[in-house]
Design a protein around this ligand. Structure first.
Ligand code: FAD
Ligand code: GLY
Length: 354
């Protein structure tokens, strides 16, 4: 594809923004269409960069996640330099406390874990320590990516819904949108949990409810948590500014909006059990979001049935982590026609019975 060509990215979440920036840096003219920037799962996430704490099984997905975690420091430096907006990247490590004893390479026994983190529940008998996992402030990251997009001259259009992708003879001919028909030479689908509304791919929303609390002023100079706690059915993510993010439920309820009492109660109970100090902290905010989940919980990346439509969706629990590698792989594929070996495992064809 030559450098005067036009690419439309459908979806302005973390994946759409990151991919658009990578393509723009290669010389492409890029437009991003997004129904609602604020509805993106990237806004709702916790921002953990947690291939190990999430216990991704060894294999191609594990490799993809580790490669992306590796890319993070350099990638955020690049985005911050373009946007001037700090993303709160912090390789703070993730501690995974357990109520039942286990063993293994990363296992800490009872004494070691309570030494590593004071204030844990007395029922914690040990846990895993993953020093290379970390976090980014996902809302700051999205602000930073949006600012970088604007600084680079990407045409960022919010409140534009793509209502249909029109196709003919193996190519996308045009997009039908809430603001009229639009065409480009190439299209990238990055619509997260909403992808099945545009293409017949197996992907459903999996809802996650979240809440945050605030460390009181008098404890801010010496924050009680300086690493993520990834417990059983609960994680607790301390930000440097004293905010603590607590998540998350995992519910198959379609796009049902709102926090529920059941969801919030589950988060509060599990969080206070793991780290009782939280009981005293003021509640800041509650929210929810929709993870894009495929049947095998792996993303769908790469070519589609149409020659000028590329897929970048289905990142499920790890879209923040996977943004840098996705952007790189998809930009190389679309701009240089270079298909990295990693992509084969994430093709939509794995769901094609024919
Ligand atoms: P989204 O971020 O959802 O963005 C999709 C965008 O497409 C939206 O802006 C939407 O409005 C737009 N769109 C949809 N349909 C259309 C259309 N027809 N026309 C135009 N625009 C459209 N990941 C991690 O790595 N670490 C975490 O700690 C983490 N925590 C999470 C916690 C929760 C509660 C949730 C819900 C998710 C979490 N995730 C986490 C997962 C991560 O947020 C997602 O995988 C990631 O945000 C997916 O990015 P995306 O850009 O594909 O989709
Ligand atoms: N990765 C954390 C979540 O999806 O809840």
């Amino acid at each position: 594809m030559s450098s005067g060509s036009e690419i439309i990215v459908i979806g302005g979440g973390v994946i759409g923004l990151a991919t658009a920036i990578e393509l723009r840096l290669l010389g492409a003219q890029v437009t991003i269409l997004s129904k609602d920037f604020k509805a993106a799962a990237g806004h709702a996430a916790a921002g953990m960069l947690a291939p190990q704490a999430e216990q991704i099984a060894p294999g191609t997905m594990h490799d993809l996640c580790l490669d992306s975690r590796e890319l993070y420091p350099e990638w955020v430096r690049k985005i911050e330099a373009i946007s001037g907006v700090d993303v709160g990247y912090w390789q703070c490590g993730i501690l995974a406390p357990r109520y039942l004893s286990a063993s293994g390479q990363d296992w800490l026994d009872t004494d070691s874990i309570h030494q590593q983190q004071s204030g844990l529940s007395e029922s914690v008998v040990g846990g895993y320590w993953y020093p290379a996992d970390g976090q980014v402030d996902n809302r700051a990251l999205i602000r930073s990516l949006s600012s970088a997009s604007q600084a680079l001259g990407i045409n960022l259009r919010d409140s534009v819904e793509v209502t249909a992708i029109h196709r003919n003879q193996g190519r996308v001919t045009h997009l039908e949108t809430s603001q009229g028909d639009l065409t480009a030479q190439h299209y990238i689908l990055a619509t997260g949990a909403w992808s099945q509304q545009l293409l017949p791919i197996p992907l459903i929303p999996r809802k996650g409810q979240m809440l945050s609390v605030l460390v009181p002023n008098e404890q801010r100079d010496n924050l009680p948590l300086q690493q993520v706690l990834f417990g059983e059915e609960i994680y607790i993510v301390p930000r440097r500014d004293g905010k603590i993010i607590i998540g998350a439920t995992s519910e198959d309820v379609g796009f049902a909006p709102s926090n529920t009492l059941k969801g919030v109660k589950q988060l509060m109970t599990n969080a206070m059990r793991l780290f009782p100090t939280l009981q005293q902290y003021p509640l800041l905010e509650t929210w929810w979001g929709f993870r894009p989940a495929t049947p095998d919980e792996l993303p769908i990346l790469g070519t589609s049935t149409e020659a000028n439509l590329t897929l970048a969706t289905g990142h499920y629990r790890n879209g923040i982590l996977l943004a840098p590698i996705t952007a790189k792989l998809i930009a190389d594929l679309v701009w240089h026609q270079q298909a990295d070996n990693l992509l084969a495992a994430f093709s939509w064809q794995r769901f094609d019975p024919g």
